[in-house]
Design a protein. Structure first.
Length: 404
């Protein structure tokens, strides 16, 4: 087979693979609402839902429903390692597992009767749970929970902790968006953000003490802070869908999901939220939870037992990329190549994300590049690959060939 024919076959097959292998359904085995999802790695994950807890040890190829000692719908779940996890529900319910989610026991929440919606642990001892106007904390793995804040009129639905720094977010009287912040592990929580333009925050995530994002009930609302929440920059996207959950793995790569009566949507950014691209849209399904174990493997969950999974970061299909190509003459040189390539004609004033996929649609390289960057590809086998560079929200794709 000559190289020209091989290239043609590659392009046709790659077009089909990428266009069809973005987000694919997994069988949950239930029709109940799935409210939150947590993954420790690409294999081990847990889902909190109305019918109990689902767990998988094979990346979601199979999900097993585990009974729990509560009949309340489970709203949030967090595992600190492969063994220890916590889940929260209505009426101050907190459950704990120390065997990877196979068995669960209720914990003493100190008399709290508020509906709890989110839980987060930073180590085996220290964790926080939020719901209603309450923030509670444990310093002994949940053997005893104690109240840190009681604020009637507030409705906290999300908490994000980075060491002793923390942010709790939600709504006030379902009319305002609110954020409370602590810098001492919750000994003191102070009102940090109030906005009457948005009627509530659905999820907040901080990567470190500076960089955080939240999404809200206002259609397409995404806000970003680079100074610990002192100031917020609008990164909202043009969608009618209220966004429910947001996930960032680093300061560049993030995803958000939304849905409810508007169907469902998954958006991705590779530039820290400066631009967002639609990866998935379904008007018949509703998504409210999201988790990524790495840049490739992600899961989204929602109503009626709906689970989606991606093994390539939800890569946008070739058809969509073709529609978004710019006039830039960006290309790899030399091509074909033996050991390394140089990226030519990128805009001089920025850094961009480069991804390389093999013929099986597997990500084999991801790197940050700038104009005339030289990328070593010595570790790749000889063959044909697809190179994709994200430039200001647009995707440039080029076939590259490595020779011996």
């Amino acid at each position: 087979m000559n190289i020209r024919r091989l290239c043609l076959i590659f392009l046709l097959s790659f077009h089909f693979i990428i266009a069809s292998a973005q987000w694919t359904p997994q069988n949950s085995g239930t029709l109940g609402y799935l409210n939150d999802v947590c993954f420790h790695d690409s294999l081990n994950g847990w889902i909190a839902g109305n019918t109990g807890i689902l767990l998988t040890q094979n990346g979601g190829n199979t999900w097993n429903l585990v009974e729990t000692p509560t009949f309340y719908p489970l709203q949030g779940i967090d595992f600190i390692d492969l063994e220890n996890g916590w889940a929260v529900a209505y009426e101050g319910t907190i459950l704990h597992s120390e065997d990877g989610g196979e068995n669960w026991e209720a914990q003493d929440t100190g008399g709290s009767a508020d509906d709890l919606f989110d839980v987060e642990f930073i180590d085996l001892d220290n964790g926080w749970a939020v719901g209603g106007g309450t923030i509670i904390h444990t310093n002994n793995g949940g053997e005893l929970w104690s109240p840190q804040l009681d604020s009637p009129g507030n409705w906290f639905v999300s908490v994000s902790m980075v060491g002793m720094y923390g942010w709790a977010a939600g709504t006030r009287n379902f009319e305002q968006s609110i954020i409370y912040k602590t810098t001492d592990g919750g000994q003191h929580w102070s009102e940090f953000y109030v906005n009457s333009l948005f009627n509530g925050i659905n999820d907040i995530k901080f990567l470190d003490t500076n960089n955080g994002w939240f999404v809200g009930k206002h259609h397409g609302l995404i806000m970003h802070s680079s100074d610990g929440g002192n100031t917020w920059t609008d990164q909202s996207c043009s969608t009618e869908v209220p966004l429910e959950d947001i996930e960032f793995l680093d300061t560049l790569h993030g995803w958000t999901v939304g849905g409810r009566e508007y169907g469902s949507i998954i958006l991705v950014t590779e530039d820290g939220g400066a631009s967002w691209q639609e990866q998935y849209r379904n008007y018949g399904k509703e998504l409210i939870g999201l988790a990524f174990s790495d840049l490739n493997n992600g899961w989204a969950v929602g109503y009626s037992g709906f689970i989606l999974h991606t093994e390539n970061g939800g890569l946008v299909g070739v058809n969509k990329m073709n529609d978004e190509w710019t006039d830039l003459k960006v290309h790899a040189y030399p091509n074909p190549f033996k050991g390394s390539i140089k990226i030519i004609n990128l805009p001089d004033d920025g850094q961009y994300t480069l991804s390389i996929f093999d013929i099986h649609n597997k990500l084999v390289k991801r790197s940050t590049v700038f104009n005339k960057s030289e990328i070593s590809l010595d570790d790749l086998d000889a063959g044909i690959y697809l190179m994709i560079i994200n430039i200001d929200g647009k995707r440039i794709a080029e076939k590259i060939i490595k020779v011996r």
